[in-house]
Design a protein around this ligand. Sequence first.
Ligand code: GDP
Length: 298
Amino acid sequence: GRLVEGLTKTRDNIVSGIDSIFSGFSNIDDDFYEELEEILIMGDLGVHATEQILDTLRQKVKEQHIKEPHECKELLIESIKEQMQVEETAYRFENERSVVLVIGVNGVGKTTTVGKLAGKLKSQGKKVVIAGADTFRAAAGDQLKEWANRSGVDMIGGTEGADPGSVVYDATAAAKARNADVLIVDTAGRLHNKKNLMNELGKINRILEKEYPDVYRETLVVLDATTGQNALVQAKEFSEVAEITGIVLTKMDGTAKGGIAVAIQSELSVPVKYIGVGETIDDLQKFDPDEFVNALFD
Ligand code: GDP
């Protein structure tokens, strides 16, 4: 299906190398593991996840007395899946009154993701309000408004330079008045100024606690998969300033760096909840790690 097509380059990047070592080596020895390690790291799985995966694989190979390299492909797949396991993966904002805070640096696809998510929730029959609290860029608000119109949801915005807190305040009033199921807040993500970002998010969270209490809060970080290891660095930095509950990996269509999903989920223990696979409203898919790994090795 769709997922597999979108992952063609990532699959080629990782699996062609892996297949060649499974067939090229006659023994499971140090050279074999070394080459496998290199392929996983080149495939953007990250050093941490790669080491863990290889430790797990080594143990499985030993326990099951595997001798032939080709026999350990299934074990490798299992090891990667195990490495991607995280505790809390629920999409609670689909089932209860929620605020979804969306964070991400410019250009990663944040506005597009907010628009797609709004459309998705709306098509599930939910009442959605969008808050355009990224008032730093003039164009951001206009672009978001277009998405809101396209999805047929309400948007509360502010002028360029407006206080994000006051936009959120207005948006909570609108969400209450309209009895909204989900309030999606598009926030700024200026990572080069962490103190400001932390203050801004802190303020937004305080307003939500006060004006919109007892509402489940989801914090999604949007990352651009095509930036590979840089996306992992951003994820770590955002986790220092916010309580992240999920990741959205955009531009998974056409990138060879999709292995970054493994690195992020393994290192942050935060689930990738959605992947972006294109520019239209339907191009946001729920992410299932097992399906993803199966697709990679299909
Ligand atoms: P923002 O600056 O983070 O708000 O980024 P935008 O939402 O404006 O997106 C930046 C560019 O990336 C736009 O041209 C989007 O159409 C494009 N984009 C966003 N998500 C995806 C995706 O999943 N796949 C592809 N191919 N392009 C995307």
